[in-house]
Write a protein that binds this ligand. Structure first.
Ligand code: AMP
Ligand code: MG
Length: 291
């Protein structure tokens, strides 16, 4: 029998996680996708900042002033985040959690944070306050009350893992989407690739590659006529106020996801720099900054 298309959607990491596969029968499709979702759940339990008992949050509790060994996957994601932070002079920064919390509060109350609270959160943010030791596979934090946040990188990584799990189940023609992050495997049968409709119009073709979109147009809070997006500009400590949409095509999801968030902060010139740093990556600013 030929290949049939199967599609599933479940909520993971706060978004709809969609998996599309081509398989010989439903049973195989279901078994493979169930395993993929299980892996995504495991990653969520490691990396969520919403869950009090996630590995990430217990790390934040325990690692102030002392080395705490973490699981290999969590270490890898923190390592990639830290590398990108160094490359972008902190435009991408997984230690912005305290500032993200303030943004969420502002979205809830509709009020901007007062200066003192903002200053305190800024003092607990900054990638230089997080140390990583590769030989120990451990993390040490330099300030009390630091909050790590992998919201800008973990979904792409989860998509990568989902594809890997599907392949172990002999499914290679697959696509995984989690919010703005997409990872595609082999093409659907008889097709050139996966056709991705773009929000701004048009479409693009994807196979064995990842595509991530980040920006200030989707999630924001409006206060006194100013829109603050869910992506923090670490220089101000506030959500991005300019209208920007960045899109990255890369070989894997973790790269596309993290670089898209970074590019949203950095804009056009930063996008060029990211392309030079990461070979084979395409960074495209769809909507430029400005008011
Ligand atoms: P994305 O939608 O992939 O661009 O990720 C946005 C999420 O990343 C936010 O909801 C925060 O959890 C987190 N985040 C916000 N600002 C930053 C930043 N400057 N660097 C890294 N992660 C960030
Ligand atoms: Mg991202």
């Amino acid at each position: 029998m030929g290949l049939q298309r199967f599609e599933f959607t479940q909520v993971r990491m706060g978004v709809d996680a969609r998996i599309i596969v081509y398989a010989h029968d439903e049973e195989r499709a279901v078994r493979a996708c169930r395993a993929a979702y299980t892996r995504i759940s495991e990653l969520e339990q490691m990396m969520s900042d919403y869950r009090a008992d996630s590995e990430l949050n217990s790390l934040c509790q325990q690692a102030v002033g002392r080395w705490v060994r973490v699981s290999p996957k969590l270490f890898y994601v923190l390592w990639r985040g830290q590398k990108l932070a160094q490359q972008t002079d902190g435009a991408f920064d997984v230690t912005v959690g305290a500032l993200v919390r303030l943004w969420r509060e502002a979205r809830h109350t509709g009020k901007l944070t007062d200066e003192a609270t903002l200053r305190s959160a800024k003092a607990r943010s900054g990638y230089r306050l997080m140390e990583l030791s590769l030989p120990r596979r451990a993390v040490r934090l330099k300030a009390e009350g630091m909050q790590l946040d992998l919201g800008g990188i973990a979904k792409g990584y989860a998509c990568d893992w989902a594809l890997r799990v599907l392949r172990r189940h002999d499914i290679t023609r697959a696509l995984i989407q989690m919010g703005g992050d997409i990872v595609a495997g082999n093409t659907p049968p008889g097709e050139q690739g996966w056709r991705i409709e773009l929000t701004e119009g048009g479409a693009t073709i994807l196979s064995n590659a990842a595509l991530s979109t980040s920006g200030s147009t989707e999630q924001y809070v409006e206060i006194d006529g100013v829109r603050y997006a869910h992506i923090i500009d670490p220089r101000t400590g506030l959500g991005l106020t300019n209208l920007v949409l960045a899109r990255v095509r890369a070989r894997d999801g973790i790269t596309a996801d993290s670089l898209a968030t970074a590019a949203a902060v950095l804009g056009e010139t930063g996008a060029k720099k990211l392309e030079r740093l990461y070979r084979g990556v395409q960074v495209h600013i769809v909507k430029p900054g400005g008011s």
